[in-house]
Ligand binder design. Structure first.
Ligand code: GSH
Length: 206
């Protein structure tokens, strides 16, 4: 396998709310979320898509997951923004309106039970649209999975067990796309806890 990126990884214990503690919020991310990437110059980059774009630019070799031309990059960014805003965020917000989230966060995040129904409707509408958009396509931007596919798969794949309405067989193109993504060894690997398949330097995990 080509070594195209080199970085140290640190696991943050979300289940025990390490990310909501004062230390993490004052030294890494005041918003208390993961992921976060500390650059060599000390600044911290937050937001999944910003971290991915940074890695994509810094990677030596391999195929860009954002695109090689301005046209490709515009298309990938369009799809990435759409699936994030129209599906991933409302789907997560739906979960954050329920009793499981209340138990999980234990008062460490503002949750909205009142918004739960709206968020499900928004995500369902996004998924219905996606089902049409995927007609004739293997992946969102064509023949290869790009950042948009990986972002959406990351959210959908990891939330399937928690969101019963997420992947009905009636949305055939979305279900087929999800299966296509799941069948890829690299995307299946992405759902395995990080430290079990990435070698971490000593003392970097917590
Ligand atoms: N806006 C952030 C959201 C990332 C996000 O949803 N992170 C989740 C885990 S995937 C998180 O930090 N959950 C724990 C919490 O909110 O306490 C991004 O796009 O990076």
């Amino acid at each position: 396998m080509n070594q195209t990126l080199s970085f140290q990884a640190e696991t943050i214990d979300l289940a025990n709310l390490a990310n909501r503690g004062k230390l993490y919020r004052s030294t890494v991310n005041p918003r208390g979320e993961v992921p976060a990437l500390r650059l060599d110059d000390g600044r911290v980059v937050i937001e999944i898509t910003a971290v991915c774009e940074y890695f994509d630019e810094m990677a030596a070799g391999g195929r860009s997951l954002i695109g090689e031309t301005p046209e490709e990059r515009a298309t990938v960014r369009m799809w990435t923004r759409r699936v994030d805003m129209e599906i991933a965020q409302p789907m997560v917000a739906w979960w954050r309106g329920g009793a499981d989230a209340e138990d999980f966060y234990r008062g460490n995040r503002t949750l909205s039970a009142a918004g739960q129904r709206d968020n499900r409707l928004i995500a369902d509408r996004g998924l219905n649209q996606l089902d049409d958009d995927l007609i004739g396509l293997n992946f969102l931007c064509g023949d290869h999975p790009m950042l948009a596919d990986i972002l959406l798969y990351g959210f959908m794949g990891s939330m399937l067990a928690l969101v019963p309405w997420l992947n009905p067989p009636s949305r055939r193109n979305v279900a087929a796309w999800l299966q296509r993504m799941a069948d890829r060894p690299t995307s299946a690997n992405a759902l395995i806890p990080f430290e079990s398949h990435v070698s971490l330097p000593p003392n970097s995990a917590s």
